[in-house]
Ligand binder design. Sequence first.
Ligand code: XMP
Length: 224
Amino acid sequence: MLVVALDPPFSPVLGEDYLRIVREVDPYAQGFKVGLPLILRRGVGAVGKIKEATSRPVIADLKLADIGDVMASALGALAEQGVDAVIAHGFVGVEGSLDKLVEEAEKLGVEVIVVASMSHKGSEKYIDKHVTEIVEDSLRLGVHGLVLPATRPSLIRLARGLVGGSLRIYSPGVGHQGAQPGDALCAGADYEIVGRAITWSESPGQAARAVLEKQLERVRACRG
Ligand code: XMP
């Protein structure tokens, strides 16, 4: 239920030794998310190094938002590093964009996860007006997951109602962006994505364990 986001700057104690963070939090995480900041600083090879350091799935969060051929090309570079899933924006639409990405991802054995809403306030202005359409398009396309914000649990409930059990829901926004561990899980998410509350901690392993314990406590209370 916990996916750890590896975005620099990292722990004040461990510096930018992201592989050490991976090893420390590995017992508590069910996956890792690698973002543009890490890939720009360390190169796409960082994805391969993380894959060597953990058996957990690694998700590349470049929030792809381009024409299909260009996204497919980016996907190819990530697939060479062994990435398990990529995150793409849903607002770009299907024809000529997400359809091509999904086709290529299927060939390469990589999962596609679509952003249906974002955790920041500005998401309300454009993206959130189309959450239902993005979720329905994602269902039709046969993607593997959706990203919806822990900061707006009502959108998670809406998406879960639309997709039932057929897609996984990943939810960032826990900790530094305000949501509490378990908020999104109780609204219907499968995973909460947590970055700075863990990676900025002096002890990322202990911080990850604390998040996991809070998640379990909340889930026991809300799901019974
Ligand atoms: P923090 O440090 O806030 O990190 O726990 C959150 C991580 O999640 C990403 N993020 C998002 N990704 N939709 C996304 O697809 C969102 O609404 C969203 N909000 C945060 C962020 O890039 C970081 O890696």
